[in-house]
Design a protein around this ligand. Structure first.
Ligand SMILES: Cc1cc2nc3c(=O)[nH]c(=O)nc-3n(C[C@H](O)[C@H](O)[C@H](O)COP(=O)(O)OP(=O)(O)OC[C@H]3O[C@@H](n4cnc5c(N)ncnc54)[C@H](O)[C@@H]3O)c2cc1C
Length: 477
């Protein structure tokens, strides 16, 4: 009797360990692993430049783990997948769920088409600790505030499932090549101009790189996480977000590795870290229950907010030439490495939305293009939080003061001078406000403001007042 064969459709689960879809398919018989570049994504949601770079390497690593058996396709999965199953006479496809609104409707449509043909599609939870529909408040509605969501919803619900061992053996179906099959190179995810050296030096995409990051974090940083996580010059956080987004590691693996290493001993550093995974769950809860969340203000009062836009101001922000050192350092870190420390994301975000009064969607789009961890749920939740328009958002009157933030979280200026080396001869006292240094001191430090380093593009105090007035207006509506 022929061995049953199933397709495993890899999406945001580019790993072999703790992959429920791969396990289910492997236990049934032979598998055909498939990755599809979905050409039907909304234009603004096609992966950005850095995400594509990441995908190229992550797919390469996955293909190696699968002994070169990964089939690559490009097109509309709604037709491609059923066609491929017909051509190969296959009755089953397995995948792990994605939670982007378009992915949910696409996957539902595929399930229906296959059901109509008498075929089966089975989906699994590969990337969230708690399914969004399993967590609800007392009245059966989705949560809109993080703390009760996490403490009363998640932590009181069933424990997350344990990570699954990888299949003991994967057997691959023998299939003929087909002119639709592409190589990873043919996806053209690497840019023609090689701008990614800094990114390549920072990351090792793939399952091995993810496991190495987790091991380093547990070994070197986890117990001090609560103390160090806000200081961008210290390697105090896990740097797992991009690996999580690509699904090279599951949150279940992280959750239980941390609990395994430190136990349930109420170590606050550990609890704080686990609750950050909770923020990731919350963001996914929000996009699942409120599919407009990525594009529209969660708080509709913000629909009439008087955003302003000026291309040249926006370019200064994007390239790290605002003249406000910690903002510039963050934007340059992003450009060079595809990453920005969370504290600094909040500072640059507040500067864009509040001091420059630009629509949070502008910042979200730039992050989408530049972040290695660009993720619809986390990115839109982060930006709506900053703008004050989101669920459980930062209050509108909270305008981050980039000088005070810098002085508090980068006291010696090590982070700023790493990315803005032109400021490195300034005494620490002036690193976050070079415009307050005297002319002779500036000269001694090799700086003329407006030449080696820009003058601040805005008056921080006046723009703060302007923001408060604008936010105050919509609050009163
Ligand atoms: C404006 C803005 C935009 C952001 N965009 C993204 C994004 O596109 N993708 C993304 O993964 N994160 C985003 N974040 C959240 C956060 O900045 C990153 O997850 C974090 O900096 C990643 O570094 P880490 O892995 O070292 O985090 P750690 O501090 O080690 O945290 C562990 C994990 O928890 C999750 N996490 C931590 N903080 C948050 C948070 N605030 N919201 C959701 N999940 C969180 C991440 O998966 C992270 O890897 C954004 C935050 C802001 C303020």
């Amino acid at each position: 009797m022929a061995v049953p064969t199933s397709i495993v459709w890899f999406r945001q689960d580019l790993r072999v360990k703790d992959n429920p879809a791969l396990n289910a398919a492997s236990s049934l018989g032979n598998i055909i692993p498939v990755y599809i570049e979905d050409t039907t994504l909304p234009a603004s949601r096609v992966p950005g430049g850095v995400s594509k770079w990441w995908l190229h390497h992550s797919l390469t690593a996955l293909n190696q783990r699968l002994n070169d058996h990964l089939i690559i396709l490009r097109g509309d999965p709604k037709s491609l997948l059923p066609e491929l199953m017909d051509t190969l006479a296959i009755d089953h496809v397995f995948w792990n769920r994605c939670y982007e609104p378009w992915a949910i409707s696409r996957d539902k449509a595929i399930k229906q088409t296959l059901r109509d043909k008498g075929k089966a599609a089975k989906s699994f939870n590969g990337s969230l600790l708690w399914e969004p529909w399993d967590i609800e408040n007392k009245s059966g509605a989705p949560y809109k505030v993080f703390t009760p969501f996490y403490r009363k919803g998640c932590l009181q619900a069933a424990e997350p499932r344990y990570p699954q061992a990888p299949p003991a053996r994967i057997t691959y179906a023998d299939i003929d090549s087909n002119e639709q099959f592409l190589t990873i190179d043919q996806l053209n995810y690497l840019p023609a101009i090689k701008w990614y050296d800094g990114i390549a030096n920072t990351w090792q995409p793939g399952e091995e790189g993810a496991a190495a990051r987790l091991a380093t974090f547990i070994e070197d940083a986890a117990t001090e996480y609560k103390t160090n996580r806000d200081f961008p010059a210290i390697p105090g956080t896990s740097m797992l977000s991009a690996h999580l987004h690509a699904g090279e590691i599951s949150p279940h693996q992280i959750w239980y590795a941390i609990k395994g290493a430190f136990g349930d001993n109420e170590n606050k550093g550990i609890d704080t870290f686990l609750s950050e995974l909770g923020w990731r769950e919350f963001a996914h809860h929000l996009i699942y229950h409120f599919p407009d969340f990525p594009d529209k203000n969660f708080n509709q009062k913000f629909d009439s907010f008087p955003w302003r836009f000026d291309q040249s101001d926006f370019d200064k922000w994007k390239t790290g030439h605002t003249g406000v050192p910690i903002v510039d350092a963050g934007m340059r870190e992003l450009w060079h490495t595809g990453f920005m420390h969370n504290r600094v994301r909040m500072i640059v975000g507040s500067f864009l939305v509040k001091n420059l009064l630009m629509d949070w969607r502008k910042g979200e789009a730039w992050f989408w293009d530049c972040l290695a961890d660009a993720d619809l749920a986390n990115n839109t939740a982060g930006w709506q939080w900053i703008a004050g328009s989101g669920a459980d958002a930062s209050p509108y009157f909270r305008v981050f003061n980039p000088i005070l933030q810098g002085e508090k979280f980068d006291k010696d200026g090590n982070y700023v001078t790493k990315w803005c080396p032109e400021l490195k001869h300034l005494p620490a006292k002036y690193i976050h406000k070079p415009w307050e240094a005297s002319q002779p001191l500036l000269r001694e430090s090799g700086i003329t403001l407006g030449e080696q380093y820009p003058k601040p593009m805005v008056d921080l105090k006046a723009t703060r007042e302007r923001a408060l007035a604008a936010f105050g207006e919509i609050k009163g509506q």
